[in-house]
Ligand binder design. Structure first.
Ligand SMILES: Nc1ncnc2c1ncn2[C@@H]1O[C@H](COP(=O)(O)OP(=O)(O)OP(=O)(O)O)[C@@H](O)[C@H]1O
Ligand SMILES: [Mg+2]
Length: 483
């Protein structure tokens, strides 16, 4: 049948009319139409495509925290499936001494689980920065997509994903190179806005065995730490965040920093060494806290001289206003970050036990100080700093630990004299350790004797305990008089 010219003209104008109406409708109801379209399309696709997909993004929420599920999947795929991948990417591992292989972007691997076949794809959405900006560009968005047949839905959502996450976490723990993090790093402004912390491998060799202190006290601390690390359910039951505060105080060179390293080695935790003077304000402090992982120790050394924490507690509104003004000033002046810290006592208290402090769980917060009496009572009250540990001058018991560590001896004729002197004199374990370094004499026996003689000489030069106490009392009286 021949269609005459008028028919085509009529059809053309009808299509044009529908398109015109469509364009108008899109302008006034764009989201409803898109929804209708995508809904109909996906219904159609579902009819012919029997597979389901689940996407796991690297960052969830407002990019505050890396997803634990993503990290576990990454570890699982790297360990169990990467052998089957054709394209791998290599990154330095274990402080650069090893290479860690993982699936490259846009690579696909197949996994089997109880007879079901599953496909994992690694995806990346590349961020585009359209114009020059002072602000850091949004990072690329990484994700893993899991594809499986609709009939395996229950198996995958239940048992398989649980298996992947549990297995992945176990692999993470097994392969973990512990890290020492710092917030004072040689990073430029741009880099610092991306990562609040920079890190190096944690390799401190200190252990509780090599720590010179009262044996019963040492045992109590070790038990306390182990019981903390095994108390996830307990903390949940009593409704408390899974964290514990330690206050280590005592004169210089008595082993406070060494004890932190021993704690990290005992529990296999990372260490975040927080330099408060480098933290601009309470907002940055909170951000640093959010970016700490679980199984870690957050350390603030010499808390008494970190920043001025004597001020009154401020309300949250006051703090926010001050922070915002501060930020504005900085942007206007185009200055860097080298400014005095505006961290306040209330900011720090919030850091220790505010709502955000429960992020991640399994954390120790450790403060060290040489002057416990100078600290605000609110900062160190029980509940915030749950355990107060005094590290003091070297006792004979402590000396014996050091003699075993440094000289490999448990007995010596000079021990009697040393024991008497240690009862009378104040000497730090650091000074004792310095004298026990094998640097004098030739043969082993001669070297050991020279060390012990040296220690005796140093002890005789030290002030006696009573002299030292009188001196401290005079200084305190002078300070009080001045005030
Ligand atoms: N109790 C101790 N047991 C074993 N070694 C110790 C002890 N105390 C100090 N030392 C030795 O002395 C050195 C200094 O100790 P450390 O840095 O832990 O002291 P500190 O209490 O943190 O001092 P400061 O208050 O000055 O920071 C350490 O490298 C360690 O070798
Ligand atoms: Mg120290």
């Amino acid at each position: 049948m021949m269609l005459h010219e008028g028919y085509w003209t009529g059809l053309g104008s009808s299509i044009a009319g529908v398109m015109f109406m469509w364009a108008i409708a899109r302008q006034y109801f764009p989201s409803q139409l898109d929804f209708y379209l995508s809904n109909s399309t996906s219904k159609l696709v579902r009819l012919v495509y029997p597979y389901l997909e689940i996407t796991f993004f690297e960052y969830v929420g407002e990019r505050l925290k890396r997803s634990e599920a993503y990290a576990a999947i990454e570890a699982y795929l790297a360990d169990s499936c990467s052998a089957r991948a054709a394209r791998l990417k290599a990154e330095p591992d274990r402080g650069g001494t090893d290479v860690a292989l993982s699936m490259d972007d846009f690579e696909e691997v197949v996994d089997d689980f109880r007879g079901a076949k599953l496909w994992w794809c690694s995806n990346k959405i590349v961020s585009r920065r359209t114009s020059f900006s002072f602000y850091p560009a949004p990072e690329d968005r990484h994700s893993y997509r899991l594809v499986f047949h609709r009939r395996h839905r229950d198996l995958v959502v239940g048992a398989y994903l649980r298996h992947v996450v549990e297995e992945g976490k176990a692999i993470e723990v097994r392969k973990r190179q512990r890290k020492l993090y710092t917030n004072v790093a040689n990073m430029d402004w741009y880099e610092r806005h991306r990562n609040a912390w920079s890190h190096v491998p944690f390799e401190h060799p200190a252990t509780f065995d090599t720590l010179a202190m009262d044996a019963a006290k040492k045992q109590e601390i070790v038990e306390d730490l182990i019981s903390f690390s095994q108390s996830k359910d307990y903390y949940k039951r009593i409704g408390k965040a899974w964290k514990r505060g330690y206050l280590l105080y005592g004169p210089p060179g008595t082993g406070k920093s060494t004890m932190i390293a021993a704690m990290a080695n005992l529990l296999d935790y990372d260490v975040y060494d927080l330099e408060l003077t480098a933290v601009k304000n309470n907002t940055v402090l909170r951000q640093l806290l959010i970016e700490t992982a679980s199984k870690s120790i957050i350390v603030i050394e010499d808390i008494d001289c970190s920043v001025d924490l004597s001020g009154k507690r401020k309300t949250a509104d006051e703090e926010k206003r001050e922070d915002a003004e501060e930020e504005k000033k900085k942007i206007a002046a185009g200055r860097g970050d080298k400014e005095e810290s505006k961290v306040t006592l209330s900011g720090l208290l919030n850091f220790i036990d505010g709502i955000w402090s429960s992020c991640g769980g399994e954390k120790l917060i450790v403060f060290t100080t040489n002057h416990v009496e100078k600290l605000d009572p609110a900062l160190v009250r029980r509940g915030r700093m749950d355990k107060h540990v005094e590290l003091s001058y070297c006792s004979f018991e402590g000396f014996k630990v050091l003699a075993k560590n440094y000289l490999g001896i448990v007995e010596h004729p000079l021990f009697g004299e040393i024991s008497g002197l240690l009862e009378e004199k104040n000497i730090s374990p650091a000074d004792v350790a310095e004298n026990l370094m094998l640097k004098y004499g030739t043969g082993d026996g001669e070297k050991i004797e020279a060390c012990l003689e040296n220690l005796i000489k140093a002890l005789k030069e030290c002030k006696s305990k009573t002299e030292k106490e009188a001196e401290t009392a005079t200084v305190e009286e002078d300070e009080e008089a001045k005030e």
